[in-house]
Design a protein around this ligand. Structure first.
Ligand SMILES: [Zn+2]
Ligand SMILES: [Zn+2]
Length: 317
């Protein structure tokens, strides 16, 4: 079932949480993986062990996955990827699969091929992240990476859409003689139109200032750091690790992790609009304890659970 974060599902991006636990999968909570659906394309963030089983339980068609972003090489974030690629091969996938992640991926895939663990019949386009910045550009959006603070190299990612046109002023358009109908759509798409009495109306006459595109930030694994705040700056949705609920900051930070309170502080410092907690310790089967800690600092917080689907309405963001 889909839960709307804001408004209707029209023009929405959908997030599907496949695994939301830390460390190892349990019958109740898988390990890290999340999907982002946008106009005909599916991006996967992390692919922990058991991701394929979670996919099978969801409504997702795995063949639609075009790109995989790996945050770091800890097993709870990558162990599911060889299996997923193996299944793509069995299913005779032909489309290129983009894989973005830390340095070392080429070596990893070479070994998997050399040992005949994988023999993909499609291209794996590997992009090893070497520094912060844009790691993928597509029509309508790009993905940026920023380094986090973990026990090994870890990258967080932000999905950022191109700025959207300004709000369409219906009353102004009517006053200028534009009839309700297809001409409205043309103006909204930035095209000038001619009214029935021959007047030319330009888009700038009826559109407000352009608005920033939707931004969704995926930030795990990390102790609190400037990089996380920078990555999540003004994000509409910040998905942040919360391995511990709260009060365990010293322990969390010594292991390169965050508490729910840390995640909330990062969301607040970054000016994010919503916070979704994930990478929850398997020691805590319930999620309310994480949310309670975070909401003391950042009210707009929820905790993810496996197979949670969120519709993020672009018009409201
Ligand atoms: Zn982890
Ligand atoms: Zn880790």
């Amino acid at each position: 079932m889909s839960r709307a974060l804001a408004g209707s599902a029209v023009l929405s991006v959908k997030l599907v949480f496949l695994g939301t636990g830390s460390g190892k999968p349990t019958p109740h909570r898988g390990v890290s993986s999340m999907l982002l659906f946008r106009d005909g394309e599916v991006l996967m963030f992390d692919c922990g062990e058991g991701t394929q089983t979670q996919l099978a339980k969801s409504s997702v068609r795995p063949g639609g996955i075009s790109s995989v972003f790996l945050t770091h090489f800890h097993g709870d974030h990558v162990n599911g990827l060889p299996g997923l690629i193996g299944s793509f091969t069995l299913n005779q996938r032909e489309e290129v699969l983009d894989i973005v992640g830390p340095k070392g991926m080429r070596r990893w895939f070479k070994t998997l091929r050399d040992l005949h663990i994988l023999w993909p019949g499609f291209d794996l386009r590997v992009n090893e992240v070497e520094g912060k910045g844009i790691v993928m550009e597509r029509d309508g959006f790009h993905v940026e990476a920023v380094g986090l603070r973990h026990r090994i190299t870890a990258w967080g990612y932000s999905y950022i859409e191109q700025p959207r046109p300004g709000r369409f002023d219906v009353e102004k358009a009517k006053a200028l003689g534009v009839p309700h109908g297809p001409l409205f759509g043309k103006l909204q798409r930035g095209e000038s139109v001619e009214t029935p009495d021959g007047t030319v109306v330009e888009p700038h006459q009826v559109l407000g200032p352009s608005r920033p595109g939707l931004k969704i930030t995926y930030c795990t694994d990390t102790a609190p750091c400037d990089g996380a705040v920078e990555l999540a700056k003004d994000a509409d949705i910040l998905i942040h690790e919360s391995t511990y609920p709260g009060g365990d900051e010293k322990l969390a930070h010594s292991r390169g992790h965050s508490t729910a309170s840390d995640a909330a502080r990062t969301a607040k410092a970054a000016g994010a609009k919503k916070l979704v907690l994930t990478h929850l310790s398997q020691k805590y089967p319930r999620t309310d304890i994480f949310v309670e800690h975070a909401r003391k600092i950042f009210e707009e917080t929820i905790a993810a659970h496996d197979l949670l689907e969120l519709d993020v309405d672009r018009r409201e963001c």
